[in-house]
Design a protein around this ligand. Sequence first.
Ligand code: PLP
Length: 401
Amino acid sequence: MSAAALETPIYLDHHATTPCDPRVLDAMLPWFTESFGNPSSATHRFGWAAEAAVEDARERLARDIGASDSREIVFTSGTTESDNLALQGVVRAAGGPASGHVVTSAVEHPAVLDACAALERDGCEVTVVPVDGGGRVDPGAVAAALTERTRLVSVMAANGEIGVLEPLAEIGAVCRERGVLFHTDAAQMAGKLPLDVGALGVDLLSMCAHKLYGPKGVGLLYVRERSPRIRLEPLLYGGGHERGRRSGTLPVPLVVGFARAVELCLEEMPAEVERITALRERLREGLADGLPDARVNGDPERRLPGNLNVCIPGVEADALIAALKDVALSAGSACASASGEPSHVLRAIGLSDSAARASLRFGLGRSNTPEQVERVVQRVLEEVGALRERSPGAGRRLSGN
Ligand SMILES: *Cc1c(COP(=O)(O)O)cnc(C)c1O
């Protein structure tokens, strides 16, 4: 075994999750032990302190995403729950699935696509609009899909596999004009690029803490309160927490950490966008120099700073990832990689099965350094060379796909 394999791998999987920032952990710690109250306990100061902390976090988070009222923030367990609450909650509150119609895109996270499939089983009509070769949804195609039964349009802010940014403001304008609600899954965009629900015309927005250097297990759904006021049928019934929209005792330390994590992202965003974009460009150039036949998947310009998804013809991404023991990488969504199926996102942008299997995703983030990027370029070139030597001709056979 090489010495490199024994060291902590270089983490390049920031789309799957991120480490909790120590400053976030510091903010959370007192709320586990000293100030452990239940924010719903209204009869003593333990409860009051917890409630004040939650409401402070709610106000800061509302401000950070451009919401006008902290009551528009519903805390959840993460983006999966937020997506389900948005889709199922809107459709079930508006006459039920049997009379409804939902429009979404072909590149959504399974949390959205599978929630749509569940609604479809209950009689809801679902239209999945395609994307172009760069992975972008055409706002005109969304407009063309709308009917008088459409309850909701759900299109993600930024894709977790190919990093592509969707035209949210344009889709928001289409929805606004036609009087249809617009939901976006912003799990990948939040904390990485500016986000303003007012400017984007978004009515519901999902995000979570663990993709932006906060703790796992907490997320939020932004739900517009005024013009229009949105009615939601809850997924969880119980004590009527979150104004009846999500029952269950709030995880106070996680909520406090979530607000701190978003704040740190916003403070550091201008510098981080520049720094991480430069790292990503260096990675892209280094790979392009050594592998002239490699291609970038997804729109080259309109993408997350930290995302690079490349197809290396003739190389099985799974084999390459396994060989790169000193780099923590994945081919695509952690949620889909267990299935062994080629990525639905890469298929949606027109890649063949073999090209999709030859694609891997680099997810750069806060902890990465220029030295790490140089090392990764060198290691990828080494291992691609070794794999191609083992199966010569594979590259020739597959190129042109
Ligand atoms: C990670 C992710 C999710 C799932 O988020 P959890 O908080 O882990 O449930 C949903 N959508 C997108 C786009 C994601 O990147």
